[in-house]
Design a protein around this ligand. Structure first.
Ligand SMILES: C[S@@+](CC[C@H](N)C(=O)[O-])C[C@H]1O[C@@H](n2cnc3c(N)ncnc32)[C@H](O)[C@@H]1O
Length: 270
């Protein structure tokens, strides 16, 4: 498959950032896949104080803001906090705050037992036992912990040809590993799921625009426009519609901190 070298060059030479990847055009097949924000929105209550660890540009917490009492989003990247603050101003929400904080270094500064729900979307609660223990410390007894991690099949089509590079963070990637870590730290597991989604880009150029943002963020060297793997990638992953199909795979593990009675409802078995 011959690719347009000029277009490839323009994309590779462009500016790339983590949130730049969200500006690419993609068709998402959500069947059997609720989406993290939609799922969290079904779990929150109006009296809850919520902690988002690794909040990025703040979209999830702002989406939840009208359904909760208050929220705090923390992230160690000052650019992400700047974006979150800007989104907060635009939203007009008054019950949410964003703070620059390296959670793994300074998460212990958060007031203990002060949150009803702590969650992370591919952020530092999922980087190992230390992050999980800090999140549990911040949670009230009987509070909820939700952790989304990147799964082993995530972007498997690109990984098969280009490798995965050095991961930016050491993240737990398997459901079993995450379950064991939570159980060991005293969480009563209520949810453990593999979420697999198909994402389709209109063509290989749009996929490359997305992928360069991810590679640049991960510190993976970008391919040169004449890299034969780009044509091979297009050949292998073009589907009947002409789109490029890729796999998005995350792992969800969630549970309750201690106290086995409150929060439950009484049902009469018939
Ligand atoms: C995969 S991104 C997800 C961001 C956001 N939750 C979203 O879904 O758009 C992970 C986030 O965790 C943040 N992060 C990584 N290490 C961190 C740490 N030690 N403390 C706080 N935030 C961290 C990154 O800056 C990034 O914004």
């Amino acid at each position: 498959m011959g690719l347009d070298q000029v277009r490839l060059n323009a994309i590779i030479d462009g500016e790339h950032s983590f949130y730049g990847s969200q500006r690419t055009e993609v068709r998402v097949d959500r069947r059997f896949n609720p989406g993290t924000r939609d799922f969290l929105a079904t779990q929150v209550q109006p009296n809850m104080r919520v902690l988002d660890v690794g909040c990025g540009s703040g979209g999830t917490l702002l989406r939840l803001s009208s359904r909760i009492a208050s929220g705090l989003g923390v992230d160690n990247d000052p650019e992400h906090i700047r974006m979150a603050d800007e989104a907060l101003r635009e939203s007009g929400a008054k019950n949410v705050e964003f703070r620059q904080l390296d959670f793994l270094e300074d998460g212990g500064d958060l007031e203990p037992e002060s949150f009803d729900l702590a969650f992370t979307e591919r952020g530092p609660i999922g980087f190992g036992g230390h992050g999980m223990r800090l999140a549990l410390r911040a949670l009230k007894p009987n509070g909820l912990l939700f952790c989304e991690m990147i799964g082993n099949l995530h972007h498997q089509e690109a990984a098969a040809l280009f490798g995965t590079g050095q991961p930016r963070y050491r993240m737990t990637r398997s459901l079993d590993e995450a379950r064991v870590a939570m159980e060991r730290n005293g969480v009563d597991i209520r949810l453990a799921a593999e979420i697999v989604q198909k994402r389709c880009y209109p063509d290989v150029y749009e996929w490359l625009r997305f992928q360069c943002s991810i590679w640049a963020w991960l510190g993976v060297p970008l391919p040169t426009p004449d890299d034969p793997r780009l044509a091979l990638f297009a050949e292998r992953n073009t589907i009947d519609s002409g789109e490029i199909e890729t796999t998005h795979h995350v792992v969800w593990v969630a549970g309750v901190k201690a106290d086995h009675t409150s929060g439950s409802e009484i049902f009469h078995h018939t």
